[in-house]
Design a protein around this ligand. Structure first.
Ligand code: C2E
Ligand code: CA
Ligand code: CA
Ligand code: CA
Length: 279
């Protein structure tokens, strides 16, 4: 038993060292990776709950690391935030997403939006508006094809900074979505004051449909409230037919999740549209 304990300690230490090394070297690589065009976007379809047609895609960034393979955003977004790389990274994502959507529109895809995630630091940054304008201008995409996702915690923590900018973007014709709804502290009355069009119900609620009555009640209450406020609701992380019918039956308009599709590369998204008879 003593030996096993020692062993554990040893493994723990190596693991910690490894993590420290990984952060250090990944951080240095990320700076280069952004410049060397190693980031790629995948696109997850958002589907109208009633017609089952595509109405949008969420752009989700990945990093094609030269030796470590395709890295998920959870591995490098926090690092990018720590190292002040989130601004150039975020600007790249915006530009790329707008360019891709405009290219798809030229190819005749159905009418849809591309949704881009904004980090808190991006929203606070003085260049937010100009980088959005630049991405639209460079791509030729019209504002009504762009959606921006913001998280509730950030908006609630920084109301003064945020509300003015979001109001401007919304008046400009861009759709604004509140991401990860339910995981933060926003009160329902506060939502009414925010310049948002959509609310995304977090996957942590959706996965408990059929399992946890409380989560089901929260979803129902959220849907009822959004209906009276005129907000469109997007369900995240819908994987099963039961989750789909619960959301649809309770008035949720847009479904995103593995039930319809995982995030896809740009080419795969075209295949998805062809195979579902939408292109
Ligand atoms: P998110 O904004 O909540 O994005 C949804 C995440 O849920 C994605 O993970 C997606 O692949 C995953 N997902 C979608 N449907 C399902 C499902 O049915 N089941 C399960 N189990 N998962 C599902 P991903 O792509 O790994 O992204 C993780 C997070 O990284 C995102 O969470 C977002 O917060 C962040 N992120 C991704 N791209 C960007 C970006 O360009 N900028 C910023 N600032 N953050 C990003
Ligand atoms: Ca999101
Ligand atoms: Ca989300
Ligand atoms: Ca999330």
């Amino acid at each position: 038993a003593k030996d096993a304990g020692k062993n554990c300690y040893y493994i723990y230490d190596v693991e910690k060292d490894h993590q420290r090394f990984e952060r250090f070297s990944l951080g240095a690589d990320l700076r280069k990776g952004i410049q060397n065009n190693e980031l790629v976007l995948h696109y997850q379809p958002q589907i109208d709950a009633v017609t089952e047609k595509i109405v949008g895609v969420e752009a989700l960034v990945r990093w094609q690391h030269p030796t470590a393979g395709l890295l998920s955003p959870d591995r490098f977004i926090p690092l990018a935030e720590e190292l002040d790389l989130i601004i150039p990274l975020g600007e790249w994502v915006l530009k790329e997403a707008c360019q891709q959507m405009q290219a798809w529109i030229r190819q005749g895809v159905p009418d849809m939006k591309v949704a881009v995630n904004l980090a808190g630091q991006q929203i606070a940054h003085e260049r937010l508006i100009s980088s959005v304008e630049e991405a639209l201008e460079a791509s030729g995409l019209s504002a009504d094809h762009l959606e921006l996702e913001v998280t509730e915690n950030f908006v609630i923590r920084q109301p003064e900074v945020t509300v003015g900018k979001l109001t401007y973007l919304r008046e400009r014709g861009i759709t604004l979505a509140m991401d990860d709804f339910g995981t933060g502290y926003s009160s329902l009355s506060y939502l009414k004051k925010l310049p948002i069009d959509r609310l995304k119900i977090d996957r942590s609620f959706v996965k408990d449909i059929g399992i946890d009555r409380d989560d089901e009640s929260i979803i129902k209450a959220t849907l009822a409230m959004c209906q009276s406020l005129g907000l469109v609701v997007v369900a995240e992380g819908v994987e099963t037919p039961d989750q789909l019918s619960f959301m649809r039956d309770n008035g949720c308009q847009i479904i995103q999740g593995y039930y319809y599709s995982k995030p896809l590369s740009a080419d795969q998204l075209m295949d998805f549209l062809v195979s579902t008879g939408q292109l």
